[in-house]
Ligand binder design. Structure first.
Ligand SMILES: [Zn+2]
Length: 119
């Protein structure tokens, strides 16, 4: 159990966390679109130059690399969102999504009813 946040602390930490998660989602969007277009171009290039068995291997390999990189970026974004989520000072429950909005509006934790924001 720790002290409740002040309104300024809560808003500042919430804003920092949201900015960090937004940055991760922009990187995810740019990289996944670039990789998607790049892999389509590569598969088309390989189709014109290699026999069918090799083309299938190239296509599957390209797809596996795409899924691996995008999956890793998604994992990083989720982990960051979890790490930057504010926690209830009373029960240590993460405040995210609706729980965070309720805490911001009422100053209380939805789960335990404890004071999250003082004043
Ligand atoms: Zn709580």
């Amino acid at each position: 159990m720790s002290n409740p946040y002040t309104r300024a602390e809560f808003d500042h930490l919430r804003s920092l966390g949201n900015r960090l998660v937004r940055r991760h989602s922009i990187v995810l969007a740019i990289i996944s679109v670039s990789l998607g277009v790049g892999s389509l171009w590569f598969i088309q290039w390989a189709d014109a130059r290699f026999p069918r068995p090799q083309r299938i291997i190239f296509a599957l390999g390209t797809f596996a690399i795409f899924i691996g990189i995008v999956g890793w970026l998604l994992f990083r974004m989720k982990r960051t969102a979890r790490n930057v989520a504010l926690k209830c000072p009373q029960c240590s429950e993460p405040l995210k999504g609706d729980t965070e909005r309720i805490a911001s509006a009422t100053g209380k934790c939805e789960k335990c009813g404890g004071v999250v924001i003082n004043g």
